[in-house]
Each structure stands twice: as structure tokens, then as C-alpha cells.
Design a protein. Structure first.
Lengths: 477, 421
């Protein structure tokens, strides 16, 4: 049996989250086969054995905390106003007034960490833990890719992490159409792109309240999630699609303590009647009208090309080989958007194994790779999420619905910041690892001679480890 | 094989010596040479407002009889609790921007209204691509007009003719400064510092293994040296990262980023041309032009402009700052007290080099028949005319390069003249 440790290391860095102690040797007999096997692992892509709440529960928790905090602030304000009024009426009460200014003895203080923050950290721990613990992490990389493709922002919802578990992970090796429907119909997305309050002008609520459309979600679905910008749709299609999607909303948290924040189709908000989108007429039918449009969008060749280009750009090169994009798009169409088959097609394509390492890892991916190389278990999640934010990729907080960029040019400028993060990491782990051994663990045959020498001749272990994780072979996919 | 990394000499090298030796620290060589020959030392900063700023909310046509009909209660007027700040009798500035108003009165701010790039669709990302690339269509190139403009600026003879020319503030480099002329990036330091020795060794490793990485890191370290020398940022290890959300954090970030940019541009050995981007202008819901979210954002932007002026010092008089956005928003309010993606909007220019105190607009009106596609403010000024005029008159970028390389396809768009004092 011939061994291919170079191919193994490449597989780990390009398609996985980098190597852990022993992983290069473990898959050296058949790196490609190991990636294919990753797709067949039981529960691949799922977060199992957690007590994480549903998105609805996370949203309600956040709402209830904010409401309680507001009530407390209001109560406090009224108490102060009353005290001031009393003091104004009774100016002689000098000393007792000072006593009034003290805060009340034991206010109903909500816990110091807001529950939204705790939820965020718990969700981040589940996500980063899954990437850190995976043998290879190919399926987790796919989860991160699709989550960024269908991104929402944690700035607008407490449920960004639950969204990924509910709308992305179950379908990461399933059908694109199912992921599309789950993502666009998820309360986190309906809130992020404003559709929850988009109202058909001719709907019951539209007529009674003179409220109207919001075309944000409809536009981004066509432009970013499915067909791609400048393809086969027009401004009129955007507006029509926005009408189709009216009524896709969620139950209000204010009045529904049990189910607030969960998806509901509200027919009173829905624009009645048939709609014609990109030349096809969809009969009136409430929520089914939108589902039919999603089915057609998922099967559109423009969608296949758009997502195939993005996949190839993510893993291979800013300007991916056209033959690879063609191959992925073809597979997408012939399997009706079977994402496992598309993933297989990616790792069995000869273009995917080019020795040139054209892509820079994104910050979060690189941070996980550093922890894996050092064999860390239970890495410091708060520190990692803070650093990921500092490096320009705050977890679940992209600055726009396009998600984080997959172009090298966006990330190159952050290298000197990575140096600081690398230095900090090296300080933390230096006591536990032997840098020269770590070169073989982390890079194996991918390590350049210069990198080996730089690590070997470093003044300190901290410096050696910094050099290792800053090495281009470690920074690139 | 003997390593080219030689510890003996390495120990003797300081970062400053290394940077001098490689020509980085003083390699802000690509300054506007023609302008320098005239005895000027111009500074040019571009701020990209991502998300599409509602120009009608920032600068309202209070003298237009159709204005209040169009926006109703959301219309900024000269009355009410927060009246607009009068500009020229027809337009009023959002009351969240008193600093800009003062600059306007001093002749150091100009507003261009009903302006747009040549882009006429409504995708943020394509719109930003056109705005920042300078090409008439999206997706055409992966370089920005500001980077290409630098190619027209010859290396100045008194500096080492190598190195970076533009710089960007923030961990993600905006397209407008990406290109063949390499780009420096700077982000406020928030982590414990790295030892000089380690920096040098990482840099040395890159020089032997990855020239692209080497160049980027080298330039980053050059900026760090300026930061230290000029006291640009107080290093606050592990200070909490600014993460969306609270307006105070947004305000702090805008001020910190813009203020740092100004210090870089003002420094004698600093870069002369820079760019940064502020996100968050996509006001689909509860826009709040006078009392809400947009007013807060405009206030944060006003603070950023004040920080630029303060940190520029005397260099303010040789400064032009342009604030541009990918497109405007719908003229009418949408179903959620917000506005959807539109077309024409405002461009704001500030700086002591301007002949300001003017609103430049060929006003199209806001009657339904006057709106673009019956929904958006109609563009009557091509933003490229403004940018070409500034690049030509301020930096002395060659006029033929403006059309051939920097804004290709803009032959019919003459540079706007008379913007500068």
C-alpha cells in the first residue's frame, strides 16, 4: 500500500479544519477516500447530545430578558421621579433625601451575563467544538460554507446559532431545495431581511392599515441565495416575489409567551391572487405559492451555476477553474441539487487537488486550525470568538447579507493582526507542546524547509509556535 | 543547506532599521508629484457608506413644494422639534450633523445632490462594485478607482521609489483601494503586542516562502511604526471589540477609525491617500431620519468628520474627504416606515481645500412623474464627474488617465470644475 502523506495534509487543510495529532498518518493511505468517508459518517454535520434550546425558545428568552430589564429601568426612573417630587415639596428633609438616592436594597437583578450572550457562547461552543473535534472536518467546513451563504446576523436575533442548527445542518448533505426552504422560512431570516413585517398592499391588513411591501428578502434570495445577481430576473420579479412572500412571518413574542418567535404563515398579510414570476404564473395558494417558487428557484440552472461557483471559489481559488464549476453545476442539476453528491464531485475532481494553495483561510477557520494542531480539547470559546471578531469575521455577524468575503484580497490586510493572535495563542500553549514535533503534526510534508528551519532556530517556544501558525503553508487552504 | 536567516545579524537589527533598509517606513513615495511641485501636499480620503444612504433624509429639499407630500410625517423640514439646518434656502441638512453644518458655513463642505454612479439596478453588492471599481458595470475588474488613480502619481524623487501607496483602515480592505498598487491596512490594536524579534522572523520567513505575504506584513509593520511614533492609538489590550448594536459603540468606532485615518494622512511621512468604509445604512425598517436610527448614524458620521478635522491639524487645509454610497433609496416610505433600494442620493465632500458652502444640484423634483421609474430620486449628476474633478484638481491626476484607466467608459462625463478653493 502506498502512502500519500502530502495528499493527506492537503486534504486536511484544504477541505477540513487542518490536522490534529495523528490525522495525517491516519488518512495517508487514501486521502480522497477519507474525505468521501467523512460524508458518510453517522450524524455528519449534526450537533448531537446538546441541551441547546430551539430558536423559538432562544428568541423568547431574549425578549423576556429585555422586557424585564425595561420594566426594571422604568420602575427605577419612576421611583427617582417620585423621590425628587417629594424632595421639591419638602426641601427641609436634607439628610433623608441623601438616603433616598441610594439604590434600592436588593433589586430584582437579572443575572450579570444577559441570556442572549450566554446563548451565543453556548451555540459558539457547539459550533467551534464540532470543528475542533472532527477527524477531518470536511462536513463542518460545508456547514460553515452554507451558513455563510444563507447568513443571518446575531445583531438582530438571539437565534443565529439555532438557525444554523435548524436550517443549515439538517440539509448540508441533503437537497438544496430543502435547505433553501428551511433557511428562507426560518424566523431568524425572516427577521434579518425584514420579511416578517412585509404586508401585501391588497391583503386584509394592508387594506386596513395602509401598510405595505418590503422587498428586502425577495431581492436577496434571488441575488445572493439562488439565481445570482445579473442573471435571469428583473426588478419587477423582485417586487412580485416580495408579494408572494408576504405572510411569511412569525408569531409575536409580545403576546405569545409559549410560541412567540416561531414561524407562521399569516394569510391576512398575504397578497391575494396569482403572481407571475420570470414568465411563470403561480396560482394563489397562500404559503404553497411561495413554496412552489422556491422549488423552481432551486432547480434553475442559474442557481446551480451560482452556488457551484461559490463552492469552487471557497475551496479552490478566487477565480476557480471553469471546468470545475461546470462539473459541479452539472452534478447539481442531474441530482436535483443533492448536496452530498455535489460535495463528492468536488473532492473527486482533479482540479480540486492542484498543489498550488491559492486560498487564504478565513480567520475563524485558521483559529480552529491552530487549536487542532496543538491538540487542544475544550478551547477557550470566548477568547476565540473575540479574536475572530478582531480579525474581521465576527461569528454570525456579517456586515451585509452577502456574508463574509471569500476573496483573498479581503483578508490579506489582516495578516499583521493574525500575527498578534498567533502570538497570544503561542503564549497559552507553549508549555504543553514541542514546536518541532508540531511542525510534523500540523503540516507534515507541506512544511517548507524554511519553515522547519525558522521553527528550529527560534529563540523561544512562543516564537517557534508563532512562526509555525503564521507560516504560509498553515495560513493557506 | 545554510539558512538565509542569520540569527547573528538578526539580533542586531531593530524594526526601524529593517524598515528603513527595505524602504518601507519612508516609502510613502507615491505622493502626488505634480501637486508637490506646486508647493502643495494634498491629502485625499474616501469614505464608502455601505448599504445605500437615503440622500433625501440626509439633505432634504425643504423648498420643494412636493417634498412634504412625498414623505409626510417622515419629511425633514425647517420646523418641528428638530428642524433641519438650513443650507442654501432650498436644501436643509439633517439636524444630526451640526459639525458638517459648521464646516459648510465656513466653506469647508460641499454637498452634491441627485447624484449617482452609472449603476441603475438595485443590488447593494453590484452597486458597491460599480461605486468602488469605477467601471460602468459590476463585476468587470477586481481593482478600485482610487488604487488605479495612484498609478498616475509618479514616485517623488526624494523618497525611495518602492512600496505601498494607499492605505485602508479596518480588517477588511475595501475594493476602492484594492489593485496593483499595494495597499496598507491598519486596524486599531486590541491584542498584546508581539515582540519585535518575532515580527522580524515571521517577515523573514515570508520573504523566503511567500512574497505576497511578505509585502503585506512589511507594510503593516511600517504603519505600526508610524502609530507608535505619532501616538495614533492607545493600545488597549483585550478591549472589548465593537460589535454592531449600540449606537455609542458605532459612534466610537466611526470616530476612532476616521480619526486614526486623519492622523496617518497628517503625519509628515504618512500616506496621502486612504479609504475606509462604514456599514449600516440599509434602512428598510423604521428609518428614523430625524429621531431614530438614521439620525443616530448620521450623528456618528458627523462625529467622525469632526475627528478628521481635529486630527488633521494644519493639513486640513490641504485635505479633501469624499463620502459616497452605492445608491439612494426609494423616494417614498415603504410599508415598514423605511425605504427600499433606490437610485440617486447625495455625495458629501469636506475639507479645507474646498470652495465649499454650496449644494450642487440639478434638481429633478420629486413629483411622481419626475421620479426615476416612478419610485426613486432621478439622477442628474454623474458621481464620476465629481470624483474626476477632485482627482484632477486636487491630486493633479492626468485628465487622459482619468478616462482611460480610472473611470473607463466615462468619456462623456467631464470632470466637474471649481470644486476647490
Amino acid at each position: 500500500m502506498t502512502l500519500d502523506p502530502r495528499g493527506a495534509a492537503l486534504a486536511l487543510h484544504r477541505f477540513g479544519f487542518g490536522s490534529r495529532p495523528g490525522t495525517i498518518a491516519a488518512i495517508a493511505s487514501d486521502p480522497r477516500g477519507a474525505l468521501l468517508a467523512d460524508l458518510e459518517a453517522p450524524n455528519a454535520g449534526q450537533i448531537v447530545n446538546t441541551n441547546l434550546p430551539t430558536s423559538g425558545a432562544e428568541i423568547r428568552t431574549g425578549f423576556e430578558f429585555n422586557a424585564a430589564r425595561l420594566a426594571q429601568a422604568n420602575q427605577e426612573r419612576r421611583r427617582k421621579e417620585a423621590a425628587q417630587a417629594a424632595a421639591a415639596e419638602n426641601p427641609g428633609a436634607g439628610n433623608s433625601m441623601a438616603a433616598e438616592d441610594k439604590p434600592p436594597a436588593a433589586p430584582a437583578q437579572p443575572n450579570a451575563v444577559p441570556p442572549q450572550r450566554q446563548i451565543f457562547l453556548d451555540e459558539a461552543r457547539a459550533r467551534i467544538g464540532a470543528a475542533n473535534d472532527a477527524d477531518i472536518g470536511f462536513v463542518e467546513r460545508l456547514v460553515w460554507f452554507w451558513s455563510n451563504h444563507f447568513c443571518v446576523s446575531a445583531d438582530g436575533t438571539a437565534a443565529a446559532g439555532a438557525y444554523e442548527r435548524e436550517a443549515i445542518r439538517p440539509y448540508v448533505l441533503g437537497r438544496f431545495a430543502d435547505m433553501l426552504l428551511a433557511a428562507e422560512g426560518h424566523p431568524a431570516m425572516l427577521r434579518y431581511l425584514d420579511n416578517w413585517q412585509s404586508i401585501g398592499p391588497a391583503s386584509i391588513i394592508g387594506i386596513n392599515n395602509k401598510r405595505g411591501l418590503n422587498e428586502n428578502l425577495a431581492r436577496e434570495i434571488l441575488e445572493l441565495h439562488t439565481l445570482g445577481v445579473r442573471t435571469v430576473y428583473t426588478q419587477a420579479d423582485v417586487t412580485t416575489f416580495a408579494k408572494v412572500l408576504t405572510g411569511w412571518t412569525f408569531l409575536p413574542t409580545q403576546t405569545n409567551p409559549e410560541h412567540g418567535g416561531e414561524f407562521v404563515f399569516n394569510p391576512r398579510m398575504h397578497e391575494p391572487g396569482e403572481q407571475t414570476l420570470m414568465g411563470k404564473t403561480y396560482p394563489s395558494g397562500g404559503v404553497q405559492q411561495g413554496r412552489s417558487v422556491f422549488d423552481d428557484l432551486a432547480r434553475n440552472p442559474a442557481t446551480a451555476r451560482h452556488v457551484s461557483t461559490k463552492l469552487a471559489r471557497h475551496f479552490i481559488a478566487d477565480e476557480p477553474p471553469p471546468a470545475l464549476v461546470d462539473r459541479l453545476a452539472e452534478r447539481f442539476l442531474e441530482t436535483d441539487g443533492d448536496l452530498k453528491e455535489v460535495a463528492k464531485s468536488l473532492v473527486t475532481a482533479p482540479e480540486a487537488w492542484a498543489p498550488e494553495r491559492a486560498k487564504i483561510k478565513r480567520p475563524g477557520e485558521w483559529l480552529v486550525a491552530t487549536r487542532r494542531a496543538a491538540g487542544r480539547v475544550n478551547p477557550n470559546i470566548e477568547g476565540m470568538t473575540n479574536q475572530q471578531a478582531l480579525l474581521g469575521e465576527p461569528l454570525w455577524r456579517p456586515s451585509a447579507p452577502k456574508g463574509f468575503s471569500d476573496d483573498n484580497a479581503a483578508w490579506l490586510g489582516g495578516l499583521n493582526l493574525r500575527l498578534q493572535a498567533a502570538n497570544l495563542f503561542a503564549q497559552v500553549v507553549a508549555g504543553d507542546v514541542e514546536p518541532q514535533e508540531l511542525v510534523d503534526v500540523a503540516l507534515g510534508p507541506l512544511a517548507a524547509q524554511e519553515t522547519r528551519q525558522a521553527v528550529a532556530r527560534a529563540e523561544t517556544k512562543v516564537q517557534a509556535l508563532t512562526l509555525l501558525v503564521m507560516a504560509p503553508e498553515f495560513q493557506r487552504r | 543547506m545554510r539558512s538565509r536567516l542569520q540569527p547573528a545579524t538578526f539580533h542586531a537589527t531593530t524594526r526601524r532599521e529593517l524598515l528603513l533598509g527595505s524602504g518601507v517606513l519612508f516609502a510613502w513615495a507615491f505622493v502626488p508629484r505634480l501637486a508637490r511641485a506646486e508647493g502643495r501636499d494634498p491629502r485625499f480620503l474616501t469614505i464608502v457608506l455601505r448599504g445605500a444612504l437615503d440622500g433625501l433624509a440626509a439633505v432634504a429639499p425643504v423648498g420643494d413644494p412636493d417634498w412634504v407630500k412625498l414623505r409626510g410625517n417622515n419629511a425633514l423640514t425647517l420646523e418641528g422639534q428638530k428642524p433641519g439646518l438650513p443650507l442654501d434656502g432650498f436644501f436643509a441638512l439633517n439636524p444630526a450633523m451640526p459639525n458638517v453644518h459648521r464646516l459648510y458655513q465656513e466653506g469647508h463642505a460641499t454637498i452634491v445632490h441627485a447624484a449617482a454612479t452609472p449603476y441603475r439596478e438595485r443590488s447593494h453588492f453590484d452597486g458597491q462594485d460599480v461605486l468602488e471599481s469605477g467601471l460602468p458595470r459590476p463585476g468587470a475588474v477586481d481593482t478600485g478607482w482610487l488604487n488605479r488613480a495612484l498609478a498616475g502619481l509618479e514616485p517623488s524623487p526624494d523618497a525611495i521609489a518602492r512600496g505601498r501607496k494607499a492605505f485602508a483602515v479596518g480588517p477588511i480592505t475595501p475594493l476602492v483601494v484594492r489593485g496593483t498598487a499595494p495597499v496598507l491596512s491598519w486596524t486599531p490594536p486590541r491584542l498584546p503586542p508581539v515582540s519585535e524579534e518575532t515580527m522580524l522572523r515571521v517577515l523573514d520567513l515570508y520573504r523566503h516562502t511567500d512574497p505576497t505575504f511578505a509585502q503585506v506584513l512589511e507594510e503593516g509593520l511600517g504603519l505600526a511604526a508610524i502609530v507608535e511614533a505619532g501616538g495614533i492609538a492607545e493600545s488597549k489590550p483585550n478591549a472589548p471589540r465593537i460589535q454592531g448594536g449600540g449606537i455609542e459603540q458605532v459612534r466610537a468606532y466611526f470616530t476612532e477609525a476616521a480619526g486614526a485615518a486623519a492622523k496617518f494622512l497628517a503625519a509628515p511621512e504618512g500616506p496621502r491617500i486612504g479609504a475606509l468604509a462604514f456599514d449600516g445604512w440599509d434602512t428598510h425598517v423604521n428609518e428614523g431620519a430625524v429621531n431614530g436610527r438614521l439620525a443616530s448614524l448620521l450623528g456618528a458620521l458627523d462625529g467622525a468628520i469632526a475627528a478628521i478635522k481635529a486630527n488633521m491639524g494644519d493639513a486640513w487645509n490641504e485635505t479633501v474627504v469624499t463620502l459616497v454610497t452605492e445608491f439612494g433609496r426609494t423616494a417614498r416610505i415603504n410599508g415598514n416606515e423605511g425605504t427600499d433600494h433606490g437610485t440617486a442620493t447625495v455625495a458629501l465632500i469636506a475639507g479645507g481645500a474646498l470652495k465649499g458652502g454650496r449644494v450642487i444640484a440639478d434638481w429633478p423634483g420629486v413629483k411622481e412623474a419626475d421620479l426615476y421609474e416612478k419610485r426613486d430620486l432621478k439622477p442628474t449628476t454623474d458621481l464620476r464627474a465629481v470624483l474626476k474633478g477632485l482627482l484632477h484638481d486636487h491630486l493633479r491626476v492626468d485628465e487622459s488617465a482619468l478616462t482611460a484607466d480610472i473611470f473607463p467608459g466615462s468619456d462623456a462625463i467631464a470632470p466637474m470644475t471649481g470644486l476647490l478653493a
